[in-house]
Design a protein around this ligand. Structure first.
Ligand code: 5GP
Ligand code: MN
Length: 345
């Protein structure tokens, strides 16, 4: 039986459904979760969406946001364990390893419900009963669209669901500029337009709704915190906890900063290292052949995609930065030849 037929049979009667996604959900993580939840509710299922942590305010417009349970608020622990244990179906969206969702990952691993993975990260862990992962997909939201369509229910994709999915695809493709932006992606967007989505409104809600402080923080980072290492075609940014506090940084305020480092002419590898207190969280980006998911997996317990990945370090920020810098010489040849992999115009 195909995976989609198995899912269809599983959803043939009203189910208790639990949906979760990765820590610090981005627009693809939350948009996929709330888009799928909206669809499943229309089909008569009882759905709960739980995120491991909070997420940026610029995602709060998504329909269903008001019912999301945020697990990291500890008072929710017993309730979430109970929901996981009672769920008949558990959807894991936009992450590939259960350890990315902290303790919740172990609750899910041991839960009796059927686990469904819908994701586009490399090297998925083999924990799901039904696995829709596809690392070639531009976004998990692209896969959610396809699953709903393949279940024969595209007509149930309304403006609310469609805008959640559009937000995920728009952000994970870097507004339709990454190489993952396939013909399929554009065809899906055409279908979403037919469903009535307002793409300018989604764009504004996500990209043009920042606080004044966030813009001043960006100015400070670009002026004082950006280091360009020409000999490695690399640029990086390191941010301390004090600096985050000084600019009253909120969840989501540092998102996208790493792309400024990557936007410098000649730069093929960019990193941002942020001291979050318990650990230093790192985002890596690249253009061309240099695989940041390999780099991150090998050196910073991380992973992700070829050109966009993340990792973590439990050393202090300055030690982590030195470790990062110490790794560059062994990659110098790759970093210096990488731009040549792109054909000249
Ligand atoms: P970001 O830098 O935007 O947080 O993440 C970039 C990509 O790498 C995302 O697809 C994200 O899911 C993935 N990623 C971020 N941090 C980690 C991590 O610590 N481990 C793994 N395996 N993937 C990560
Ligand atoms: Mn994604």
């Amino acid at each position: 039986m195909s995976t989609i037929t198995a899912l269809q049979e599983l959803l043939a009667q009203p189910r208790q459904i639990f949906i979760t996604t990765h820590h610090k959900p981005d627009a693809d993580a939350l948009g996929s979760s709330l888009g799928l939840a909206g669809y499943l509710r229309k089909k008569g299922h009882h759905v709960t969406v739980v995120t491991p942590s909070d997420y940026p305010d610029f995602l709060a417009w998504m329909p269903g946001n008001e019912d999301v349970i945020i697990y990291e608020r500890r008072e929710n622990d017993a309730q979430v364990q109970d929901l996981i244990n009672r769920a008949e179906v558990i959807f894991c969206l936009d992450f590939s390893c259960l350890n990315r969702i902290n303790e919740m990952g172990e609750y899910i691993r041991n839960a009796p419900g059927t686990k469904v993975l819908i994701d586009h990260h490399q090297d998925p862990e083999n924990f799901a009963d039904l696995d829709f992962s596809n690392p070639k997909a531009a976004a998990t939201a692209e896969l959610i669209f396809e699953v709903i369509r393949d279940l024969g229910d595209q007509s149930l994709i309304d403006v609310g669901i469609g805008e959640c999915l559009y937000a995920g695809i728009m952000t994970d493709t870097g507004s339709f500029r990454h190489p993952s932006t396939s013909r399929n992606v554009h065809l899906i967007i055409a279908e979403l337009l037919d469903a009535g989505i307002d793409l300018s409104a989604v764009h504004r809600r996500i990209y043009d709704s920042h606080s004044e402080m966030r813009l001043r923080f960006l100015g400070f980072v670009l002026k004082d915190k950006l280091t360009v290492l020409r000999e490695y075609n690399t640029a990086y940014i390191a941010i301390t906890q004090d600096e985050l506090r000084q600019y009253q940084s909120k969840t989501g305020d540092t998102e996208g900063l790493v792309n400024f480092a990557l936007s410098i002419e000649g730069v093929v590898f960019a990193a941002i290292l942020i001291d979050r207190g318990q650990a230093v969280k790192i985002s890596f980006r690249s253009v061309g052949d240099f695989s940041v998911s390999d780099f991150s997996r090998k050196h910073f317990q991380g992973g992700g995609h070829h050109n966009a990945a993340g990792g973590i370090s439990y050393d202090p920020l300055d030690v982590t930065v030195q470790r990062f810098l110490g790794l560059l010489p062994q990659y110098q040849t790759q970093l210096v030849t990488a731009p040549l992999a792109v054909a000249p115009p």
